[in-house]
Ligand binder design. Structure first.
Ligand code: ATP
Length: 340
């Protein structure tokens, strides 16, 4: 297992810089999720690490070994990278055992290694003789991971591996996959556009936007201290409100809240998360717009009176007010001040 390091990595398709001067460190044995909207360059980044593309500038290293850099590019097969694509990764004419054994030396193919890999991804050993079409989508993705892990790769790259699965299967498969990665201490990079997946599964989340890597942090730090307003809104949703800070307290349209960290007095923008917005029935302050009811909670759109702005509150489902009513609003907990 290796640490993976990118420095100044750039790749352009013609005029379009799909990956633009990206610096990223993936510590040994950890899982980094690369998160971003469609077209931001995630897959291109993964293909550069795998060696399917060579950077036009910058270097990629596995530990102290430069695998891509000026005048040098180690071919994919010599990088010893395991790759798990979106779907359809398994050879349809081979059974599960043959699929898992595919990358192993011949001598090991009939060995305990296949059974060990099935245990690791939490599939019964009896599945070894099944054909891929006899497995559910989630089971197929577990086999794809088992195949990627079997030869003990230097790093495993996962390209939206759960995107074809339905919501509940996505959660259980994601958990099984990260469990297997952690159990083997594998260094891994997971590409996703799903923020819940990134925040819940990864040790580090790297947010990409238009080819740039804008922030790489632990999930909690990314959520608590976003690099800018776009990251705040993209990861978890947020209202950005103007506020005046005085003696560590922000005065904004929702009321007063202590600021997170040390902030000098002055005019600032603060990040307010939907779950921080409090609602008090029978008071005035905001008009309730659309309410999306999810059971465990609800997203309530609020137009602050008299002239906005509009923001979203997340409240327990059964506490959601009726659309069209007026409610009092406030803010709970400390707020984060955006760097200018
Ligand atoms: P998605 O989540 O939709 O897969 P992504 O973040 O993985 O998107 P990439 O596939 O890396 O994004 O693409 C980044 C940019 O590069 C996009 O604007 C895309 O249109 C462009 N691009 C990707 N592959 C090529 C190619 N072979 N030729 C030209 N442009 C390309």
């Amino acid at each position: 297992m290796s640490r993976v390091e990118l420095r100044g990595v750039t790749y352009a398709f013609g005029e379009l810089r799909a990956v633009d001067r990206v610096d990223l460190l993936v510590p040994q044995g950890s899982l980094t999720a690369v998160l971003g909207p469609s077209g931001c360059g995630k897959t291109t980044l993964l293909r550069l690490v795998a060696g399917f593309l060579s950077p036009q500038a910058g270097t990629i290293s596995f530990d102290d070994r430069v695998v891509a850099g000026p005048g040098t590019s180690t071919p994919p097969q010599q990088r010893r990278v395991g790759y798990v694509p979106q779907e359809g990764a398994l050879f349809p004419h081979l059974d599960v055992a043959a699929n898992i054994g595919f990358g192993l030396p011949k001598a090991q193919r009939g060995s305990d290694r296949v059974a060990e890999m099935l245990d690791l991804v939490e599939l019964p050993r009896s599945y070894a003789d099944r054909a891929p079409h006899e497995l559910s989508g989630g089971q197929q993705q577990r086999v794809a991971l088992a195949r990627a892990l079997a030869p003990a790769p230097t790093v495993v790259l996962l390209d939206e591996p759960f995107s074809s699965l339905d919501a509940s299967l996505r959660v259980s498969t994601g958990r099984a996959v990260t469990h297997a990665l952690r159990a083997t201490g594998t260094t891994a990079v997971l590409v996703t556009h799903d923020q819940d997946e990134a925040l819940s599964l990864a040790d580090q989340v790297a947010v990409m936007r238009r080819g740039l890597l804008v922030q790489a942090d632990r999930p909690r730090d990314l959520y608590r201290t976003p690099a800018d307003a776009e990251v705040a809104q993209f990861v978890g949703g947020a209202a950005i409100l103007h506020a005046t800070v005085k003696a560590g307290v922000a005065h904004c349209a929702l009321g007063d809240a202590p600021v997170h960290g040390t902030v000098a007095d002055g005019e600032v923008d603060v990040v307010i998360r939907p779950e921080q917005v409090t609602i008090t029935p029978g008071r005035t302050g905001a008009r309730v717009g659309d309410v999306s009811f999810y059971g465990h909670d609800a997203a309530v759109r609020l137009d602050l009176l008299p002239h906005g702005p509009s923001l979203v509150a997340r409240v327990p489902g059964l506490a959601a007010p009726e659309p069209g009513t007026e409610v009092g609003v406030g803010v709970a907990g400390s707020v984060f001040v955006l760097r200018a």
